[in-house]
Design a protein around this ligand. Structure first.
Ligand code: DLL
Length: 434
């Protein structure tokens, strides 16, 4: 066997014994090699040797994005630069980028986890993978690429952009798997339609989509347009890149966290207290095998729930629910909390409305004004003005009813909103600028 799939169906006690052994080794090494961790542990009055069971992890201090920024660029590396063979960085849309490093063994572990992720998503040897995640500092492109090669699949390293050429490649090369952000996938389908290519009639069977939140409705739309099974893949540069957790194509019901390499926790973002299975909160990860860039109780800011029940696919790994949003993406509109993905779900209930939308928040006379811009299909757009106004009112009413927030809805003509080639920009918050 080329990869360690047996960890995925292990009895919990056996898995936890492995986790504890790896955790203790990680803590020892992090404190020995990274001054930041040593100081943190000293300040909290604990030593790695005090961690005797997995529950003791709760005594260890958190690590935040700010901590990584404070140690920019290489201060969190736990190996000499001689041993770092790869560097990636997060996009830095919310400030200074975070820089992460990998040893040769880290790259190999990542390839294995991505091979396991692609397997869970329906891929195997003999598949052709159209990999439209961006190649570069972003981890999506190279992460999928190495996993696909480890799996023995054929990978087309097409990256993001040059969409018309991508359509031609898909038509001519006949890929069976597509990997991309969900929003870029919809753009691909749209451009294909313009070119007279029906993506639903290509050889594609499965799609493995992630890097941004996407609702169940969006999944339905992608599955319908491409005539495939779509699974969700999750990851973040700080913890590794894609391949931290993935859905199985059998159940499509929660993302299996690769617990032989990462310990997930969900905490109350306000108090830091651990939350029980099923409770929604901020996801926290501790890496168990990373050499160059170990992370200890890293606060992801992503919101989810954990479910320890085994899945019907046979995996015993804890599942995380689809990420509903990030603590820092949550909009507070006149005191009501709302995530873009919740608005997406409401919009997509309505006939004729497309998954292309953007939320604009302004402050006028000290009042938060939320405007939801959403594209409608050609048929709707050519309707009478009165009908369009009715639709705007109906959408606004649904948003109020389901989410409790007042929003102005503005219908936009087909193709009226900018498309992204990677992660979609869903929110423009003008309150932050002023
Ligand atoms: O987005 C890694 C990745 C690449 C994941 C390709 C999946 C596929 P970053 O650029 O560091 O890494 O961004 C990480 O993206 O904290 C989440 O907020 C968000 N994110 C990633 N996957 C999902 C997902 C990559 N499946 C940040 N659902 C994370 C929702 C996701 N949000």
């Amino acid at each position: 066997m080329i990869y360690n799939i047996e960890y995925e169906t292990m009895p919990r006690e056996a898995l936890e014994a492995i986790q504890l052994r790896r955790l203790r080794a990680t803590l020892e090494r992090a404190c020995a090699m990274v001054p930041f961790y040593r100081k943190r542990f000293d300040a909290a009055g604990i030593a790695p040797a005090d961690i005797k069971c997995l529950a003791d992890l709760a005594r260890v201090p958190f690590t935040t994005k700010q901590d990584l920024r404070d140690n920019y660029p290489f201060g969190m590396f736990a190996v000499p630069m001689d041993n770092v063979v790869r560097i990636h960085a997060s996009s830095g849309t919310t400030g200074q980028p975070t820089v992460v490093g990998y040893t040769a063994r880290d790259v190999s572990t990542w390839a294995e986890l991505m091979a396991r992720s692609l397997t869970a998503g329906g891929a195997g040897r003999g598949d052709i993978i159209h990999n439209a995640y961006g190649y570069g500092l972003f981890t999506g492109g190279l992460g999928v690429h190495y996993g696909a090669e480890r799996l023995g699949a054929s990978v087309i390293p097409v990256s993001g952009g040059n969409t018309k050429r991508q359509v031609v490649i898909m038509r001519d090369f006949g890929p069976t798997i597509i990997t991309a952000t969900p929003s870029y996938t919809l753009k691909l389908a749209e451009v294909a339609r313009d070119m007279g290519v029906d993506m639903g009639r290509l050889r594609l069977k499965f799609g493995i989509f992630g890097a941004e939140p996407w609702s169940e409705k969006m999944r339905g739309e992608i599955q319908r347009q491409l005539n495939i099974i779509a699974v969700d893949i999750y990851g973040l540069s700080e913890v590794m890149g894609p391949g931290v957790a993935v859905e199985c194509h059998e159940a499509q019901n929660g993302l299996h966290v690769f617990e032989d390499h990462f310990i997930p926790e969900v905490i109350d973002p306000e108090t830091g207290a651990a939350l029980p299975p099923g409770a929604s909160g901020e996801l926290v990860f501790t890496s168990l095998t990373k050499e160059a860039f170990p992370v200890i109780r890293y606060r992801t800011r992503d919101i989810t729930t954990l479910n320890p029940e085994p899945c019907r696919c046979g995996r015993t790994l804890t599942r995380m629910a689809k990420v509903s949003g990030r603590t820092d993406d949550m909009l507070i509109i006149r005191g009501v909390n709302v995530f873009p993905s919740q608005i997406e779900s409401v919009l997509m209930e309505m006939e004729g409305v497309t998954p292309h939308y953007q939320l604009v928040v302004d402050r006028v006379d000290n009042m938060d004004i939320l405007t939801v811009k959403v594209e409608v299909g050609d048929a709707v757009f050519s309707d009478q003005v009165r009908r369009l106004q009715e639709l705007e009112r109906a959408l606004s009413h649904s948003i109020k009813e389901y989410l409790g927030v007042t929003a102005r809805v503005r219908l936009v003509e087909p193709r009226g909103l900018a498309r992204s080639e990677g992660k979609a920009v869903r929110v423009i918050d003008n309150r932050r600028i002023s």
